[in-house]
Design a protein around this ligand. Structure first.
Ligand SMILES: [Zn+2]
Length: 107
C-alpha cells in the first residue's frame, strides 16, 4: 500500500516536472523570438550569399569577403529576411507556421 502511494507521488512529481520544463521551454522560445525581432528591427541584417556571414541589410559590399551585394531597402524584403532568420516559435499559430513553411518552399 505504501508502495502505491509513493509511486503516485513520483508520478505527480514527474508530471509537474515535465510541465514545468515545457513551460520554461515555451517561455524561453518566446522571449528569444521577440528579442531577435527587436534586434532585427534595430539593426536589420542579411546573410551574404558568397561567404554566408551576416552583413547589414543595406550593405552594398560584404565586409567579410568584399564581394558586391544587392542592397535591400524595401520593407517586404526585410520581412522576408525576418522570416528566414526566424523560424516560428512553438507557441505561434498554425497559420503563421503554414505561411513560414510556404515561404521556405516546404510545401
Ligand atoms: Zn561575404
Amino acid at each position: 500500500m505504501n508502495d502505491i502511494i509513493s509511486q503516485m507521488g513520483e508520478t505527480v512529481f514527474a508530471v509537474v516536472f515535465v510541465l514545468g520544463a515545457l513551460l520554461f521551454a515555451v517561455l524561453t522560445a518566446w522571449v528569444r523570438s521577440s528579442e531577435a525581432k527587436e534586434q532585427l528591427k534595430k539593426n536589420p541584417v542579411k546573410k551574404c550569399p558568397f561567404c554566408a556571414e551576416t552583413v547589414k541589410l543595406e550593405a552594398k559590399v560584404c565586409k567579410h569577403c568584399g564581394r558586391d551585394l544587392e542592397p535591400v531597402n524595401s520593407q517586404p524584403a526585410m520581412e522576408q529576411v525576418i522570416q528566414e532568420v526566424q523560424a516560428p516559435a512553438k507557441d505561434s499559430t498554425l497559420e503563421e507556421y503554414e505561411r513560414w513553411k510556404k515561404s521556405k518552399g516546404l510545401q
